[in-house]
Design a protein around this ligand. Structure first.
Ligand code: MN
Ligand code: MN
Length: 478
């Protein structure tokens, strides 16, 4: 034994000088904890398939963890003091949590930011049409999808319809075992000669993404579109809605399958919507599992990231700034705009978003030296962007150094990555919008395979590493 463990001079020098990222499973001693945490994550994924459902479930969990609604506190003119836990819901599609820290808020906050919208198929405002005795729902896809992945799979319908009289109806069809589902058909191979010769991106068209929704005719020989009438009649009877009510609705078709373990060793998770609910859930759990932080802790979960972070629920809007302004106002004796400005400029954020894991089935997409890997822990991304870093929020070396030190000292499995090889494509996160406010921001999150597909894959050890890293950041980042 003693002979084989003796290292040569060169081996010792390699250990001292070379940087190598390790397999995270070898660094996490208690695997039970990883699996347990991921069971909670999977259950949450099944309950929160849309941004609205996420917010609703998050409020339930937050209130159980002792969080109070900030707008209620404001309305009742209650004070806000150190250790208080609060949340704010933004238009039912985004949510912010905070714990008031021991230090004054103008010393800055420690923030985690993720997004809770995912690519999907939205119903058009006039979705229903009949063709050859079948009824279809027209869709307009949301976010970057490969359209061919969304046909011939079971889809569930989620969302909200605001009726003519202003009452609101929540829709969730296709999640229970006895619910019907929806689906978009594809051509049989026997007749697909022309389709198969098309480019992958053109074989399925956007206007062709029409979902099957019924086929029984209404019993009246004088009516022209009998199947459509029958569907409208069912909808009217069951939900008290008419066709016009779809105009004031937000309905999303999402994959109907549930989150599952992948592999003989159950080491990975397959599910819809892990971009970016894996980061949203791990950040949210991180803030739920800490008490009395030095700096005010914030976790902001935004909407519309997949289409550019726009609108008043997206990261480009001012809802985060307004939330912090309220915290400054309620915790400072003499509020002025400068308190908020100082708070922002002294704040640090980990922008929690997924990373593109290297897929060995597709060579050449990544620079292997700088790729994100499955099972190597949370992936830290100094910059994203495309074509010469355009559009990137490039984290400062000083910030990277602080996070690196923090993760190393607290045994958080992590590795440094880039979003794919140079000039192969690219992307961005919410980091640049928050950086615009003066906040120091660094991107980091779990690597994902099949990103933006109906069944995205993560490694459980990376999910757990992300949770651990986010928690350490809120608790210990100086
Ligand atoms: Mn994302
Ligand atoms: Mn995305």
């Amino acid at each position: 034994m003693s002979e084989s463990t003796e290292k040569s001079r060169g081996q010792r020098l390699i250990e001292k000088l070379e940087y190598k990222s390790a397999n995270a499973w070898e660094k996490i001693p208690v695997r039970e904890k990883v699996f347990q945490f991921c069971d909670g994550y999977k259950a949450f994924l099944d309950k929160a398939k849309t941004e609205r459902e996420y917010v609703k479930e998050a409020v339930l969990l937050a209130e159980k963890s002792g969080y109070e609604n900030l707008d209620k506190i404001i309305a009742e003119e209650l004070p806000l003091t150190t250790g208080d836990k609060i949340y704010r819901v933004v238009k039912n599609k985004a949510i912010v949590f905070a714990i008031i820290g021991k230090k004054p808020i103008e010393n800055g906050t420690r923030m985690l930011g993720a997004h809770i919208d995912s690519p999907r198929l939205d119903l058009k405002q006039k979705p229903i049409f009949e063709n050859t005795d079948m009824v279809f729902l027209k869709t307009h896809y949301y976010g970057g999808i490969k359209k061919y992945q969304w046909v011939t799979i079971p889809l569930s319908l989620h969302g909200v319809i605001i009726r003519k009289d202003g009452t609101s109806l929540e829709i969730n069809i296709g999640e229970s075992d006895d619910d019907p589902v929806f689906t978009i058909t594809d051509l049989l191979p026997h007749l697909a000669k022309e389709q198969m010769e098309k480019k992958l991106g053109e074989a399925i068209t956007g206007e062709g993404l029409n979902s099957l929704a019924g086929s029984i005719p209404y019993d009246d020989k004088d009516v022209k579109e009998k199947v459509k009438l029958n569907i409208l009649s069912i909808l009217h009877e069951k939900y008290d809605i008419t066709e016009e009510d779809f105009l004031s609705a937000e309905l999303e078709l999402v994959p109907a399958f549930k989150a599952k373990d992948i592999g003989f060793d159950r080491s990975m998770i397959g599910s819809y919507g892990q971009d970016d609910r894996v980061s949203a859930y791990t950040s949210m759990m991180a803030i739920f599992h800490i008490d009395d932080p030095e700096y005010t802790s914030v976790c902001v979960l935004t909407d519309k990231e997949e289409i550019g972070s726009i609108g008043n629920t997206g990261a480009e809007s001012r809802f985060l700034e307004d939330f912090l302004a309220d915290l400054c106002y309620l915790t400072s004796k003499n509020y002025s705009d400068i308190v908020l400005r100082r708070c922002l400029n002294n704040s640090v954020m980990l922008s929690a978003d997924v990373n593109a894991a290297l897929d060995p089935n597709y060579e050449g997409t990544h620079d292997k030296l700088n790729a994100a890997y499955m099972g190597k822990g949370i992936a830290v991304l100094k910059y994203a962007g495309a074509r010469g870093k355009a559009g990137a929020s490039d984290a400062h070396a000083e910030l990277f150094a602080n996070v690196r030190k923090l993760f190393n000292e607290n045994d958080v499995p992590w590795h440094s990555t880039e979003l794919g090889a140079v000039d192969k494509g690219g992307g961005g996160t919410i980091s640049r919008y928050v950086a615009n406010l003066g906040v120091d921001v660094l991107d980091c999150g779990a690597p994902v395979l099949s990103m933006h597909s109906p069944f995205e894959v993560t490694s459980k050890v990376d999910v757990y590493s992300a949770y651990k890293g986010y928690k350490v950041f809120l608790k210990k980042y100086e």
